[in-house]
Write a protein that binds this ligand. Structure first.
Ligand code: HEC
Length: 135
């Protein structure tokens, strides 16, 4: 099982990208374009096509370091994306709870423990990708 999970984690690098783009496009970027760009925009600037229909504007993900004295707030970003362990704020969260969504998919393939590992890895890949978008 552990071996299978390790293989699956390394395979994540190739997931989601079309065959021809696989070598250039890391998993984090492919998943971002697939799941996040609709709201946050292709370059993460908060200008995706769905932005205009949301009550809360989607965050500009390129300015997270800027808003945190120049240091990328890695664990905050990680936990906002995951969303399962945040204390609910006032009003409704408009962003999907990705940890929940990913773990439901991943547990089908890897079981509850393996699924959790894969989900955690996916969120790390996304967080690292967002780190590369900082200006
Ligand atoms: C349906 C639209 C929508 C989608 C899709 C979406 N987001 Fe968001 N996101 C938002 C909104 C709106 C906010 C502002 C806060 C809130 O309402 O929760 C936000 C906030 C965030 C933040 C917090 C930024 C900060 O200031 O700390 C991060 C990080 C983030 N999104 C990452 C992602 C990632 C990664 C994905 C894809 C896996 C994604 N979002 C997909 C709408 C979306």
């Amino acid at each position: 099982m552990i071996k299978q999970i390790a293989a699956a984690v390394s395979m994540l690098a190739a997931l989601g990208a079309p065959a021809s783009a696989q070598e250039e496009m890391p998993y984090g970027e492919a998943e971002f374009l697939n799941s996040c760009a609709a709201c946050h925009g292709e370059r993460g600037m908060g200008d995706g096509p769905l932005a205009s229909v949301l009550t809360t504007p989607p965050a500009d993900l390129t300015r997270l370091s800027e808003g945190n004295k120049g240091a990328f707030p890695y664990y905050r970003v990680f936990s906002v994306i995951d969303g399962r362990y945040l204390v609910p704020g006032h009003g409704e969260r408009e962003m999907p709870v990705w940890g929940q969504q990913f773990v439901e998919e991943d547990a089908k393939t890897y079981g509850p423990n393996g699924g959790e590992l894969i989900t955690t890895e996916r969120i790390h890949e996304l967080t690292s990708y967002i780190e590369t978008l900082q200006r």
